[in-house]
Design a protein around this ligand. Structure first.
Ligand SMILES: NC(=O)c1ccc[n+]([C@@H]2O[C@H](COP(=O)([O-])OP(=O)(O)OC[C@H]3O[C@@H](n4cnc5c(N)ncnc54)[C@H](O)[C@@H]3O)[C@@H](O)[C@H]2O)c1
Ligand SMILES: [Zn+2]
Length: 355
């Protein structure tokens, strides 16, 4: 018996449900109900398709389904790969009623969503996320896109899905390192906007690392609820949605300076969040609690060695762009983040090892 919970992302006529449960891919959920026409294209990759494609196909009984398997990895999140998806849509004579279904992690979801947004100026799109990061973050909120050689996610659009179907059983095959990287974003929700959730994470981190189903289900549900609330308030990130970038200015700089892929995004964000907490005017005990939770998730609490000049340039603070006002997401306390462009610049220099 599949046990499932549903959260709604309230965006007027673009509202959609996030369905979370076990066994959803084993007959517990009728995905076909969300496919309005008869045709769909499932976009997956060479790692995830062998594990889960059959089950998605059987939940689409009676539909006319084509599939495409992309190569695995962030380096393939490019316009060239997106072209392959579009070619497949054209080859299969897809029309405006075709639904694109993403089966995989954030890389697959971002590209499938972007292709769905562009094909015939936009066709329907469904997310079936299979990494923890995709289940708590990238599949919710409608950001889609690909990388440009000069920067991550430089090309993309907003395109909301019809439904996000999260079968938590898929995490059973996820490598531990990927699971922990996803936990960084889970911790982020607690620290930016829900101190009770933060305390729950302190009490349940080991259960999450052990992939205990009830703990995972709760962490995913609460993360999705919090993201859904923020997205409903500010769909296009003109205001409060930016608090979801807590730790990301530092984290992106780490990823950029080390070369993408050296540290996983969640690992870089974990160290970046600890740096952001250091820059925040919070109590020493809050700071210690935060660092301890990141460490309990077996995530890095200190950044790698990076030359201070490289830090500044990666964060857009080198001399060439110094007139640009840098904004940070900082904490007032655990569970209470805000966006500001006023911060202690000397303190920042010390955090970056630049004084
Ligand atoms: N759209 C957004 O709002 C948003 C938010 C955050 C991140 N992102 C994007 O998401 C991407 C990162 O996503 P990710 O962390 O899911 O990485 P990913 O998609 O590369 O997946 C990580 C690895 O796990 C494999 N995998 C996926 N599901 C699996 C499973 N169930 N069992 C075994 N292996 C599995 C993948 O093939 C891959 O090798 C980045 O490109 C990032 O820019 C987008
Ligand atoms: Zn992130």
């Amino acid at each position: 018996m599949a046990v499932q919970q549903t959260i709604s992302v309230d965006l007027g006529d673009r509202s959609y449900p996030i369905v979370i449960g076990r066994g959803l891919l084993d007959g517990g959920f009728d995905l076909g109900e969300f496919v309005s026409g008869t045709d769909c294209l499932i976009v997956s990759n060479e790692v995830v398709a062998p594990l889960y494609l059959d089950r998605v196909l059987s939940s689409l009984n009676g539909k006319n389904v084509t599939t495409i398997e992309l190569p695995d990895g962030e380096i393939h999140k490019t316009l060239a790969t997106m072209q392959e998806i579009l070619d497949q849509l054209v080859d299969s004579r897809a029309n405006r009623d075709t639904t694109v279904i993403a089966l995989g992690g954030g890389v697959v979801g971002d590209m499938a969503g972007f292709a769905a947004a562009c094909y015939m100026r936009g066709v329907a799109f469904i997310q079936v996320p299979t990494t923890l990061l995709a289940q708590v973050d990238s599949s919710v909120g409608g950001k889609t896109g690909v990388n440009h050689p000069e920067g991550k996610n430089l090309i993309g659009v907003f395109h909301q899905p019809q439904v996000v179907m999260i079968d938590t059983d898929t995490l059973g095959t996820l490598p531990d390192r990927e699971l922990k990287a996803g936990l960084a974003e889970v911790i982020k929700y607690g620290v930016i906007c829900d101190v009770e959730f933060f305390a729950w994470l302190e009490a349940n981190m080991q259960a999450l690392l052990d992939k205990e189903p009830a703990a995972l289900a709760y962490a995913i549900r609460r993360s999705c609820e919090l993201k859904a609330e923020i997205v409903a308030e500010d769909e296009r990130e003109s205001g409060c949605r930016a608090i979801l970038n807590f730790g990301h200015t530092f984290g992106h700089a780490i990823e950029h300076c080390l070369g993408y892929g050296e540290w996983l995004h969640g690992e870089a964000v974990a160290a970046g969040m600890v740096m952001a907490s250091e820059l925040s005017a919070v109590s020493e005990s809050d700071r210690t609690r935060f660092r301890a939770l990141v460490a309990a998730a077996d995530l890095p609490v200190t950044p790698p060695a990076i030359d201070p000049a490289d830090w500044l340039s990666a964060m857009g603070m080198d001399k060439k762009v110094r007139q640009k006002k840098l904004r940070f997401v900082l904490l007032k306390a655990l569970g209470d983040a805000f966006i500001t462009s006023s911060f202690d610049a000397d303190h920042l220099q010390r955090i970056l090892g630049a004084d």
